[in-house]
Design a protein around this ligand. Structure first.
Ligand code: C2G
Length: 768
């Protein structure tokens, strides 16, 4: 047997990923391997399910006995119970490239270790392969850009004295970069603070492992690979690095319910493991005096400054002595040159720490961080505002009857906050001081008196700190302080079709693709909400789970939809008013096209792109006699539509004149949308809907994932081209007839609570 693949299974929630892992083994191009599957106190029921996954490769199931637990123990047990000439570790939530085993065996030769690249991915295996070309192309383009920038920089510096960091260290012995040092740099130095060192992706010769007696240290609970890999690396020069990506590492998407080992928060244990490993690597003779040693020390200095020394100030009192004991053993190992090339403060705190107690170090850290805060405040207006918010505005008495409203980050006067505001002003004239947030300088057109503050201005922060009530339809900023007596009403903005919050598997938005951080931000934020509105029972249940919301759920339906239950006279008057304002010709029916945004198409945070896939020329020539089209982009879209060539046929329903999509629902005869929650609202009108889902596979399988099977759920047809849209509209009576029953079921399920009184119900509960 050539290769033993050791797969530990320690956390039951990972069961769902095992299929991908096994499929990747099943599809290997070379089959000369066995799998040793080691379960760590997993229930028999779940284990039976694993055993029932059909596979054709040899697999041995081992279970840890009662005393031992953890991934280190599981891997050691796997080593003991396997026979292959080479060993490879594969976590059960990860998967291998199809050619992995073949490429490893082709390249290992007489080496003891062969290191292939890993790629972190939030995708399932299918999703990864479906979108692989795009990911690779994007990476290549980014790499080419970096290279070009580097080349340009080099050219610029050609005549100057070459004073690059690399050149400064030429006096250090260089080891052949394709060999040990190359691997060392890739495995040990590539990570910002070497905490990401991993055995995953490394093929190990068993005879080498046995000869050295290297095993995982079972007391390492945060970074089980750190010491193991350090030992592996420090005991041989026969190592090699492959440039291909053979290992796909799944990003853990939920640090709260499904933490990976490194996501657990025993900071002291992490620091101790990191420091012990640093000491071990530093003891390796061949490293001495090399440039790599300098870089390793540089990393350790950063670790010390950013995490170890602050631990003496903010860490758990009982653990500080242990951390300190390790630190004082590490600090003298730092080379003088590394220290010389580090920043002023780093140098000082390292030197100071060598001869001072943890209490004294803590004092120095405190002073430094106070100084840093002061510099930040002096440099940045926004830091000053936030500082004032924290220290002054969000203290003292609340303004009792002040209500702060925000809809879509201040970009709109719309949605449920608008209707709650109008109801409040009508029902309790003069009682409340209302404050509306606006995105820029331009005021909203408000029908009742209210103060308007620009988002992130001093006034905005003042009201954020002092208002008694908040009515927001998106999340408040991360640093929002929920004061004890204040009341936060989160109206949210739609029944979810797309997966939300902690239900999401991956995030592609402009704010960053770190799903763990994204979820944490979300759940930290929802802890500050007192009330949340649900449009229907499905939303209520989903929001509780995916926002981890524990406050009061207002099961009232959406205030923004009250208008769709107004009397026929009121509605007719509104329709006349809006049509006249937009200049829609009399006698023409209206098709409203209101798509959602694409998570991965952006210019920057909150600034999304939009490419119109609707062929307006074809639509006009086929339907222009009877219809006009109103185009309404999502509030996150910043691309303006150019409809110059379609005057009299296509109308822009976006922008500040048409803040409120509910009014566009009223004037339209047909809705075309895609995955936007707009259809859950529009259903109140019981008018025909079409779903223009030209990128369905990508949106569903890669970008977001859905809560429902669209074909089963939707009360109208899925269409993929403009021609299909035209055909469907031409045959509208038959289509409506076909979807009649489905539309009825849909209405009952999602709109049953809505009867035009949601604003009243919400106001009565929140503003008691
Ligand atoms: N919206 C709009 N115009 C569009 C699309 C959406 O005015 N072209 C408004 C609608 O009120 C819609 C809301 O923005 O209900 C949310 O839009 P979605 O397209 O559903 O997308 P998103 O903002 O991601 O919210 O639980 C709902 C989800 O959070 C989705």
């Amino acid at each position: 047997m050539k290769v033993s693949i050791i797969v530990p299974f320690c956390q039951e929630f990972e069961f769902n990923y095992i299929k991908d892992c096994f499929t990747s083994l099943e599809e290997q191009t070379v089959k000369d391997f066995e799998v040793v599957f080691v379960s760590d106190h997993v229930s028999d029921k779940v284990l039976d399910k694993v055993r029932n996954i059909p596979v054709t490769f040899p697999i041995r199931f081992i279970s840890l006995n009662d005393e031992r637990t953890g991934v280190s123990a599981a891997r050691n047990e796997g080593i003991k119970n396997s026979e292959g000439e080479f060993i490879l570790f594969l976590d059960c939530d990860d998967y291998l490239e199809r050619t992995a085993i073949e490429e490893y065996l082709e390249s290992i030769g007489d080496r003891d270790l062969l290191h292939a690249r890993r790629r972190r991915t939030p995708y399932s295996r299918d999703g990864y392969y479906a979108d692989r070309e795009r990911i690779l192309a994007e990476r290549e383009a980014a790499a080419a850009e970096r290279e070009a920038a580097a080349a340009a920089a080099e050219e610029e510096n050609e005549d100057e004295d070459n004073d690059s960091e690399e050149a400064q260290f030429t006096k250090y012995t260089q080891i052949d970069p394709d060999d040990w040092v190359g691997v060392f740099n890739k495995i040990i130095l590539i990570n910002p603070a070497f905490s990401g060192i991993s055995v995953l992706g490394i093929m190990i010769r068993r005879s080498y492992l046995n000869a050295m007696g290297i095993l995982f240290n079972e007391s390492y609970t945060c970074f089980p690979d750190l010491l193991f890999v350090s030992q592996l690396m420090c005991s041989t020069d026969r190592v090699r690095r492959l440039t291909s990506v053979l290992y796909l590492k799944r990003k853990h998407s939920d640090s709260v319910k499904m933490p990976s080992l490194a996501q657990r928060s025993d900071e002291h244990q992490k620091l101790i493991e990191l420091m012990e490993s640093y000491r071990l690597v530093k003891s390796y003779e061949s490293l001495r005096g090399t440039y790599s040693e300098m870089r390793l020390d540089g990393k350790f200095i950063r670790l010390y400054v950013s995490r170890i020394s602050p631990y003496f100030l903010r860490g758990e009192k009982s653990e500080i002595p242990k951390v300190y004991e390790q630190a004082v053993q590490c600090l003298p190992l730092i080379t003088k040159d590394a220290l010389k090339h580090s920043k002023h403060y780093s140098r000082r705190i390292v030197k100071y720490s060598m001869t001072h107690s943890p209490e004294k170090i803590a004092r120095k850290v405190r002073m430094h961080s106070a100084r840093q805060t002061l510099f930040r405040l002096m440099r940045s207006r926004s830091a000053t505002k936030r500082f004032l918010y924290r220290k002054i505005y969000a203290t003292g008495k609340l303004k009792e009857n002040t209500v702060m409203f925000e809809s879509f980050f201040g970009r709109n006067y719309s949605d449920s906050p608008k209707y709650i505001f109008e109801y409040l002003c009508q029902a309790y004239p003069g009682k409340y001081n209302c404050v509306w947030v606006k995105a820029g300088k331009k005021d909203h057109n408000l029908p009742f008196p209210a103060k308007q503050v620009t988002r992130f201005s001093f006034a905005y922060f003042k009201y954020l700190g002092k208002s008694k009530y908040f009515v927001f339809n998106v999340r408040p900023p991360k640093y929002f302080i929920k004061r004890e007596d204040s009341v936060f009403l989160e109206t949210w903005h739609g029944t979810p079709l797309k997966k939300l919050g902690t239900d999401m598997d991956a995030v592609f938005m402009a704010g960053g693709t770190d799903i763990v951080a994204y979820k944490k931000n979300f759940t930290d934020n929802s802890k500050k909400w007192d009330y949340l509105i649900a449009q229907n029972a499905f939303s209520s249940e989903t929001f509780r789970r995916c926002f981890e919301f524990h406050g009061t759920m207002l099961e009232t339906g959406y205030p923004r939809n009250d208008i769709m239950h107004a009397t026929p006279d009121v509605m007719a008057a509104k329709i006349r008013e809006v049509r006249a304002k937009m200049g829609i010709p009399d006698g023409k029916k209206v098709i409203l096209y209101a798509p959602t945004w694409r998570d991965d198409e952006w210019y920057g945070q909150g600034q999304y792109k939009f490419t119109l896939q609707l062929d307006l020329d074809r639509l006009r020539s086929a339907l222009g006699q009877e219809y006009v089209v109103v185009l309404r982009t999502h509030y996150l879209i910043v691309d303006a539509l150019n409809l110059e060539d379609y005057k009299g046929f296509a109308f822009n329903g976006s922008g500040s004149d048409f803040d409120d999509i509910s009014l566009l629902y009223l004037i339209s005869d047909i809705l075309i949308t895609d995955y936007s929650s707009v259809f859950f609202d529009y259903a109140n009108l019981r008018r025909p809907m079409l779903f223009f889902t030209y990128d369905l596979d990508k949106y569903r399988d890669v970008l977001r994932g859905f809560y429902f099977d669209l074909e089963e759920l939707l009360p109208g047809p899925l269409v993929f081209t403009t021609d299909e849209i035209i055909d469907t509209i031409r045959n509208l009576p038959e289509v409506v007839e076909k979807y009649k029953d489905k539309a009825e079921v849909f209405y009952e399920k999602f709109n049953g609570w809505e009867d035009g009184t949601a604003s009243k119900k919400v106001v009565e509960q929140v503003f008691k």
